[in-house]
Design a protein around this ligand. Structure first.
Ligand code: ZN
Length: 308
């Protein structure tokens, strides 16, 4: 049964702190509250319903459902957090901090911090290795930016104002991305091995760095320099259209929504886009539940900016 199908239903469903808390407990703990400090399920719930106490000797910690999650240590009510999480996990393009500030009635600074914390939540903490047929490609986010005026550049910092991202997408499956310092063999080999199961068929363009992977993978190359984009081989088509499609989505989101992002935060933007891509076939309520299940973690304002 669907819990909600659209934003109207969503807001009816999660209009009080209590409803949000109960739903978060369900997703985070699968209905069995566990101490975030020692992991014990031997816990006592206080009559107010919100606070728990661990019964383990030597722990005895008090906690609520948000302790140890991205939502901890904030004056923002869960109803607002939930709406922001809904928008980032479900909305096709994400949302700028200026727009989010307007929607939630918070300052832009708060919305910016919220946005980044939710991006951290949308990061797949235990991704599986890709297999089958995997397309791999590298891109410069911001494209050829050397000639652009500084205010028009998509990424601040990085090599020549460009940041490099390596991506791999399994056909009919998931995408994975990593911001890398440069596309030399060492970086490319290490990243691909972290993404793709050995002996998988991988399709790349003619970039020399991929040649080092020939020993571990079945490597097919599409020759873009010769204007070759799709080649039919026994049983499958050799092309990198899926990963290039993902780059288009990523760049549209970054340029269209955020205009400019700093290189040190770029991985989080990639993770946000990848989350929506990887859950593209799931219903709204499933995507939202998947996001909440990944709520463990933290990202403080100081970690984000170096400032208090
Ligand atoms: Zn405990």
């Amino acid at each position: 049964m669907k819990i909600f199908k659209n934003i109207f239903d969503f807001q009816k469903e999660f209009n009080t702190e209590e409803k949000c808390r109960e739903y978060l407990e369900q997703q985070r703990w699968d209905g069995t509250p566990a101490c975030p400090f020692c992991g014990s399920i031997n816990v006592h719930r206080f009559p107010n319903g919100k606070i728990f106490k661990c019964r383990e000797k030597g722990c005895r910690s008090k906690f609520s459902v948000t302790v140890g999650t991205i939502y901890e240590n904030t004056k923002i009510p869960l109803t607002k957090w939930f709406l922001a999480t809904y928008i980032l996990s479900v909305h096709s393009k994400g949302i700028s901090s200026l727009q989010l500030a307007g929607w939630l009635g918070v300052t832009q600074k708060t919305a910016w911090h919220l946005n980044h914390r939710i991006r951290a939540m949308l990061t797949d903490k235990a991704p599986e290795l890709l297999e089958g047929i995997v397309e791999i490609d590298e891109t410069y986010v911001g494209g050829k930016e050397g000639n652009k005026h500084a205010s028009k550049r998509t990424v601040k910092g990085g090599t020549g104002n460009k940041a490099m991202v390596l991506g791999a997408v399994q056909r009919n499956g998931k995408v994975r991305t990593k911001v890398i310092p440069k596309t030399d063999s060492a970086n490319v080999v290490e990243t691909v091995k972290g993404f793709v199961a050995p002996e998988t068929t991988m399709v790349t363009d003619e970039h020399h760095a991929y040649k080092k992977l020939a020993a571990d993978y079945i490597h097919k190359t599409v020759n873009h320099r010769e204007k070759e984009y799709v080649r039919n081989e026994k049983g499958f088509k050799v092309h990198t259209n899926n990963i290039e499609g993902f780059w288009n989505i990523l760049k549209k989101q970054i340029v269209g929504i955020h205009h400019v992002v700093s290189e040190k935060h770029l991985q989080r933007y990639c993770n946000e886009s990848a989350f929506r891509y990887n859950n593209r076939e799931a219903f709204q309520d499933e995507r939202f539940a998947t996001a909440l299940k990944q709520c463990n973690g933290s990202l403080t304002y100081k970690e984000l900016t170096g400032k208090q």
